[in-house]
Design a protein. Structure first.
Lengths: 261, 157
């Protein structure tokens, strides 16, 4: 009996917590909508200068870069983030192609039971326990100490084990030579290697945010340091219930979504 | 001190001229003439060491960037290729590795060295490359928004 009571009390406390979080969230929305670009602005915030890394400094292993994608703001059919990534990192993909390089794609998902739909940008999920790193025979598939999962193409032999291991289909193989004029200087890639989203490491390393987050017209992609309790991202994560895709796999993704069917 | 400071470049130039003259005299016209622009500052190491060590510097930097995220400075690939940019005489545009005049090709062609770097790396730097963020923090966009918000909300609390 008392056990039941304790459980009830616990349940009530949990509900209060959620209610408070909701109120806080609404307050924030109200505050933010004072200016028209309000919502977006909050999502760009990195938590101030303290977080930015200077180009010549080594990365900070205490950080863990992550992203919160507000799927309620993400509309089906909008692919501004994808276009921005293509431009920034110099890849192209024919619509529907299964072999072209794809660092990020838009996926529309639907719960067959309820019909609830959401449109998600899906890229490398920057897992804390990345299966792609486990299977790599050369150590080319790597996780930087600040949480960015990427391919060190200098040691990649193109075996594609990582592509098989990735539950998110985030990696692609470069099948053809990339001509000089299509290359981007800061995002090298070439025939015979695997590539994937690197969270725009070249931008993060000089204190900028990833191209997709910068390009999103709704400000639906909030980038930041998940380990810093004062970062805008952490504050948001504390307010809103967020989900990792296939959390059951235990990969502990760095990319989180606000609503998933 | 001052006078020497001014004279030093002249002395250096004279020495360089002498070295060049002797090497040309010794090896004839077969040795490639490496185009070097000295106006943008010194190399990572003095020239003779660079000839021997440049591949090690590049490999070291490569790992520093991949694992530690270190960017910019003289040892970065974009700095190498900016200082050592070779412009085409006709078009005035920087040449790519497709041209035998590209800085990294002149010696390599001569010494029959083949590097695979250019299958991935662009051989001419882009202007927008690794520009640091504006003083406002991560990303200029955010700082502008932050300023706007601050203004609308009536200053920092």
């Amino acid at each position: 009996m008392s056990d039941q009571g304790a459980r009830d009390r616990h349940e009530q406390a949990r509900r209060d917590e959620i209610d408070e979080a909701r109120r806080e969230f609404l307050r924030n929305i109200a505050a933010a909508s004072v200016v028209s670009l309000g919502g977006g602005m909050m999502l760009y915030s990195m938590g101030g200068e303290a977080q930015a890394k200077k180009p010549g400094e080594p990365l900070d292993p205490k950080k863990r870069w992550g992203m919160l994608i507000d799927t309620s703001k993400c509309t089906s059919g909008c692919d501004k983030c994808v276009e921005a990534c293509k431009k920034e990192n110099g890849w192209e993909a024919e619509p529907g192609s299964e072999t072209d390089v794809q660092w990020i794609r838009k996926v529309d998902v639907k719960d067959p039971l309820t019909g609830f739909m959401a449109s998600l940008p899906v890229m490398c999920q920057h897992c804390a326990n990345p299966p792609c790193v486990d299977v790599c025979p050369t150590g080319a598939s790597m996780r930087r100490e600040d949480g960015i999962v990427r391919v060190n193409m200098h040691t990649c032999i193109g075996c594609r084990y990582c592509m098989m291991a990735c539950p998110y289909k985030a990696r692609s193989f470069v099948h053809e030579d990339i001509p000089e004029e299509k290359k981007r200087f800061h995002a090298p890639m070439g025939k015979g290697c695997v590539t994937s989203c690197d969270f725009c490491a070249h931008r993060i390393d000089v204190g900028r945010i990833p191209a997709c987050a910068e390009a999103c017209p709704e400000g639906a992609m909030l980038f930041g340091d998940m380990n810093d309790p004062n970062s805008e991202l952490r504050k948001r994560l504390k307010e809103i219930r967020s989900y990792q895709i296939r959390a059951d796999l235990g990969t502990d993704n760095g990319i989180r979504y606000t609503r998933l069917p | 001190m001052r006078a020497f400071g001014r004279a030093a470049p002249a002395i250096l130039a004279a020495c360089a001229g002498l070295v060049l003259a002797t090497s040309v005299a010794q090896a004839g016209d077969i040795v490639p003439k490496i185009p070097i622009d000295r106006t943008k500052g010194d190399c990572v190491l003095p020239g003779d060491q660079m000839r021997r060590e440049h591949m090690n510097i590049l490999m070291h930097r490569r790992d520093d960037t991949m694992f530690k995220g270190i960017r910019g400075g003289k040892a970065s690939l974009s700095a190498c290729l900016t200082c050592h940019m070779v412009k085409d005489e006709k078009t005035g545009k920087p040449v790519t590795v497709a041209s035998p005049k590209h800085f990294c090709r002149v010696c390599h062609d001569f010494a029959a060295v083949k590097v695979d770097c250019w299958s991935c790396h662009k051989s001419v730097p882009e202007e927008t490359d690794t520009q640091a963020a504006l003083p406002g923090g991560m990303g200029s966009k955010q700082s502008k928004f932050a300023q706007l918000l601050e203004y609308v909300q009536g200053g920092r609390k």
